[in-house]
Design a protein around this ligand. Structure first.
Ligand SMILES: [Ca+2]
Ligand SMILES: [Ca+2]
Length: 366
């Protein structure tokens, strides 16, 4: 299938077969049925919705994809979405060349996806070889350390060489999260010690965006099973469990909060906004007090503070936000701590603000 901003034919058929109450944007049973609003396999072109339209071809299979990119940010922006409550983005990430994971000298090699103007969906790192070090994926950066290429859907199939050896992996992602505004953007980026396209690069293929009229429901039995997986031995299973919780919305946040051994209080959004503003106060004592209070709010505020660090125009606020992040993100790799971290991230993603500044939820007719 090629580039399609409109709804694909197959999906139109699927929607036509639904009763009016089941259409996207309507509450009730079946509201979570996904409606495709964007798909691109880059067979033809990357459209104006992409900030960078560079295409490459895989040496094996001659498959066209968006890339190759090194240390850069690439954005996808979609407007005029139908009314919805959740958005799902799915894509293949090509990790090409000598990615160095946590390596002290050649790394870290982080890769991230962020909702434009909203929280980070995933910030992780990849390694192509255990000889250079472990990688953070399937967990977030600083939260996990796993053998090279853990969780990859395929290895060395794209035909890219590095130093004479095949060196590529494909990771398949699907993230479903609460979102209501009529526009959505995604920023994909590699940072850290990524050198250049010849050394270590990435690309995207089969990018699909869907909207859903409600959370993907899950019953108590399924929540219990996901909870076991969230603290289980298989980090990929835990990764998928975390995102399944996020897709389930508020009931999942309530379940997770109940199951965290000491009750996590919900983040007071007003207090959070007040303290962030206070980071730029004229009085240094007030700035210090705000930093300390924010650190005490703990890891649930991490995605918001990451956003502040990126977006602020004030050098003082940026330095303070980065210092807070350092305090919030010490490496955290015991199973109990990992489960806590994943659960807190899921709660934060469910309850966090995803709307771009200046955009408002679409008013639904009827
Ligand atoms: Ca392709
Ligand atoms: Ca590197």
């Amino acid at each position: 299938m090629r580039l399609s901003m409109a709804i694909s034919v197959t999906v139109v058929v699927a929607i036509c077969s639904l009763s009016p109450a089941q259409e996207v944007g309507q509450a009730g049973k079946g509201a979570h049925v996904a409606r495709s609003v964007y798909f691109n396999d880059f067979t033809e072109a990357a459209g104006a919705e992409w900030s960078n339209r560079n295409l490459s071809v895989t040496p094996s299979g001659k498959d066209r994809f968006l890339g190759q990119f090194a240390k850069t940010k690439v954005s996808l922006t979609l407007k005029k979405l139908p009314a919805h409550k959740f958005v799902r983005i799915s894509f293949d990430l090509y990790v090409i060349g000598s990615w160095d994971g946590y390596h002290a000298k050649w790394g870290p090699d982080p890769w991230m996806i962020t909702v434009t103007g909203g929280p980070v969906l995933m910030e992780t790192s990849f390694s192509y070889d255990n000889a250079v070090g472990l990688q953070a994926f399937p967990d977030d950066l600083r939260q996990g350390a796993y053998p090279a290429q853990t969780g990859a859907a395929s290895l060395n199939k794209l035909g890219f060489l590095w130093n004479g050896k095949r060196a590529d992996s494909v990771y398949k992602f699907s993230f479903t999260f609460p979102h209501t505004a009529d526009a959505v953007g995604f920023d994909f980026s590699a940072t850290g010690n990524i050198v250049d396209v010849d050394d270590e690069s990435w690309g995207l293929d089969n990018v699909k965006v869907e909207v859903l009229g409600g959370p993907v429901p899950a019953g108590p039995k399924q929540f219990q099973q996901l909870w076991e997986q969230l603290g289980g031995k298989d980090p990929m299973e835990a990764h998928r469990a975390k995102w399944r919780f996020v897709a389930a919305g508020k009931p999942a946040a309530a379940f997770l909060r109940k199951h965290l051994s000491d009750k996590t209080r919900p983040v007071d959004q007003k207090e959070l906004a007040r303290l962030i503003a206070q980071l730029g106060d004229d009085n240094w004592r007030k700035r210090d007090a705000a930093s300390e209070a924010l650190i005490r709010m703990g890891r649930p505020i991490q995605p918001i503070i990451q956003n502040v660090a990126r977006e602020t125009a004030s050098q003082e606020v940026r330095i303070r936000a980065n210092d807070i992040l350092k305090s919030l993100t010490t490496v955290n790799i015991t199973p109990v701590k990992l489960r806590r971290y994943r659960a807190e991230q899921a709660i934060s993603l469910i309850e966090g603000r995803f709307e771009q500044p200046g955009t408002r939820p679409v008013k639904r007719a009827g």
